[in-house]
Design a protein around this ligand. Structure first.
Ligand SMILES: C[S@@+](CC[C@H](N)C(=O)[O-])C[C@H]1O[C@@H](n2cnc3c(N)ncnc32)[C@H](O)[C@@H]1O
Length: 223
């Protein structure tokens, strides 16, 4: 990762390919007090978080080719760009229109085709209408406890039996609550990443229904 603060750019190497990500120079300057009062709408999207870099690396290395892919909370869009470079058909989404605009610009800058949409997890109609997705991506979206329940409720509506959800997280407390809640529905495999000491890239797959524990049915009685 090569942050270039002067120009507000990042360059990241995905197994030999360099991806250039443009971000606002000063994310503090983006603070909108009205929006903050309304819904704590902080400009977290304006930074490239280590989770995004780790998730992009995992996607580039292991994402199923041509996967219909949805990214939630895309921020500057690096995992979506990696998924599109890996051959996926990608919809990158965030509730911040500015984030989505930066993602679209970053995709174009890297010569990558993807779709974008402004959409919140709490009004997820546009995600759900286009389900099932093969792959749902989310990097560092569990930074607030209030994000846990909406995501636990939403994810099963997005992914069918063969699909996966990949969540990269640096080890936040809300992520532990999310993983505890998710275990009823999802099998979770977590891969460590040097960029996420204390965290991981978690891969969620729906649990298979367990065979009934009831014994064999009694034989029908003769007539
Ligand atoms: C910590 S940032 C992570 C950004 C990016 N994924 C990364 O890792 O660099 C969290 C992201 O989630 C988005 N977000 C937060 N709440 C959301 C919601 N309810 N619906 C959609 N996006 C949301 C924010 O706008 C922001 O882009």
């Amino acid at each position: 990762m090569l942050p270039d603060r002067r120009h507000g750019r990042h360059a990241d190497r995905l197994h030999g390919r360099t991806v250039r990500i443009v971000r606002p120079r000063d994310s503090e300057a983006l603070l909108d007090e009205d929006a903050f009062e309304r819904e704590e709408f902080l400009p977290y999207w304006a930074q490239l978080w280590p989770s995004a870099v780790a998730l992009a690396g995992a996607v580039w290395a292991r994402a199923p080719r041509e996967a219909r892919t949805l990214e939630l909370g895309c921020g500057l869009g690096l995992p979506s760009i990696a998924a599109a470079m890996a051959g996926g058909r990608v919809l990158a989404t965030d509730w911040s229109a500015d984030a989505v605009a930066f993602t679209a610009a970053n995709a174009a800058r890297n010569g990558v085709a993807l779709s974008t949409a402004v959409c919140s997890w709490t009004e997820p109609g546009p995600f759900v209408d286009r389900a099932p997705w093969d792959l749902v991506l989310a990097a560092d979206v569990l930074y607030e406890q209030r994000n846990v329940q909406p995501l636990l409720e939403l994810l099963p509506r997005l992914v069918g039996g063969a699909g996966e959800v990949w969540v990269a997280d640096p080890g936040r407390a809300a992520a532990a609550a999310f993983l505890a809640g998710a275990s009823a529905v999802w099998e979770v495999r977590s891969a460590a990443d040097a960029l996420l000491p204390g965290g991981a890239v978690h891969r969620l797959r729906r649990r298979r229904p367990t065979a009934s524990r009831q014994g064999p049915r009694p034989a029908a009685s003769p007539r």
